[in-house]
Write a protein that binds this ligand. Structure first.
Ligand code: MRU
Length: 351
């Protein structure tokens, strides 16, 4: 789709990313030049979203090996990047793949091979997004047969083109439906405290898809009052039994969806499935800084980006960035292989 601006791309021996900490107010691109730049971009959430984090880590390895392709540097890059964020398994998946490809190679060819492999990871995600869009479109077409007016889809967090290398995961079926002429409307929840929903609203605006931003707390009432037909969310890690970690607040939406008999889909590439993780209890959940809850970032009256205090500095805060939705609450998982019922996960070879 022409409205997509790549959020991450190679430029010579550097990498360009869209700085997501400045959205939706400023569209600003950053140039990554080193391993440290890549690690900082992931840690500080300049790049975010599980698939994009994975690709950024792969390119981080390529940046690290540019001037020093030694075993020591390969190990250091792997270790530094692995520690940036804990929950999204795509980060580990991409680093495992880089290590498996690069470690056996003679150092003289490693740098070039690192760029090639990182680009392959980026392209694989792009293709997975397209396939997710097609499989999800089939589901949305079915649902639209029994609705009047626009098909009302609710999402949470950002799982669109900002969070991936292509059209997105949860948003890919929505973009495919919109492009196919299906009448769709998207309920976008703010996703406190980091407000990834504002990014979703921004990118849906850019893409011309009808949508409405709502406070997170409005979701249950919208479902109860018949204004939601289905929900699609992304994922940061899917355990072998289908339990799914996604942005905090997903679990509450899944509970409300079950209470109101609404289909609740997770959309994610297979690189988000972690066969080594038996169930949700084994998924590491990132706890983030308390000031993300106490402070707000937005535009000041003079148009400058500013942080302002919302809660007293003394207020105790707990800030889990993700939660786990039990597999039993999912209607299905839309991946590049098709729509899986959570029970079918075990049979998938994740490569
Ligand atoms: O902003 P992040 O990196 O903390 O959030 C991750 C996400 O974008 C999501 O959890 C998303 O729903 C799944 S990844 C497309």
């Amino acid at each position: 789709m022409s409205h997509i601006h790549p959020t991450l791309r190679r430029d010579g021996d550097q990498v360009i990313i869209l700085d997501q900490t400045r959205l939706p107010h400023e569209e600003h691109y950053l140039r990554l030049d080193s391993l440290d730049d890549a690690a900082t971009a992931i840690r500080d959430m300049q790049v975010r979203g599980a698939p994009l984090i994975g690709a950024a880590a792969a390119f981080g390895v390529a940046l690290a090996l540019r001037h020093d392709p030694s075993d020591t540097m390969l190990r250091q890059a792997d270790c530094t990047l692995r520690q940036t964020r804990p929950t999204a398994v795509n980060l580990h998946w991409a680093l495992d793949r880089m290590l498996a490809t690069l470690a056996p190679l003679p150092t003289v060819v490693r740098s070039r091979a690192a760029w090639t492999e990182a680009e392959a990871i980026r392209c694989a995600d792009l293709a997975a997004n397209a396939a997710i869009g097609e499989h999800g479109l089939g589901l949305l077409r079915q649902l639209a047969l029994s609705t009047q007016g626009p098909l009302q889809i609710m999402t949470h967090c950002n799982a669109g083109w900002l969070a991936t290398c292509g059209h997105g995961t949860a948003l890919a079926p929505i973009y495919a439906a919109h492009a196919a002429g299906l009448d769709v409307h998207v309920w976008v929840s703010e996703t406190r405290p980091r407000n990834q929903g504002l990014l979703t609203a921004w990118e849906l605006s850019r893409s011309g898809v009808p949508h409405t931003l709502v406070a997170d707390n409005a979701a249950g009432w919208l479902m109860a009052s018949g204004r939601v037909d289905c929900l699609i969310v992304g994922a940061d890690r899917i355990a072998a039994n289908g339990d799914t970690a996604n942005k905090v607040g997903t679990y509450l939406k899944a509970l409300a969806a079950r209470a109101h008999g609404l289909p609740f889909y997770v959309a994610a590439p297979r690189s988000t499935i972690d066969p080594a993780c038996p169930d949700g209890a084994a998924i590491p959940i990132e706890e983030r800084d308390a000031d993300e809850v106490r402070l707000l970032t937005g535009l000041a009256a003079d148009g400058s980006l500013t942080r302002m205090r919302l809660a007293a500095a003394a207020s105790a805060v707990c800030n889990p960035a993700f939660d786990v939705t039990p597999a039993g609450l999912l209607t299905g998982i839309i991946c590049e292989s098709g729509v899986l019922v959570p029970d079918a996960l075990a049979s998938l070879a994740v490569s």
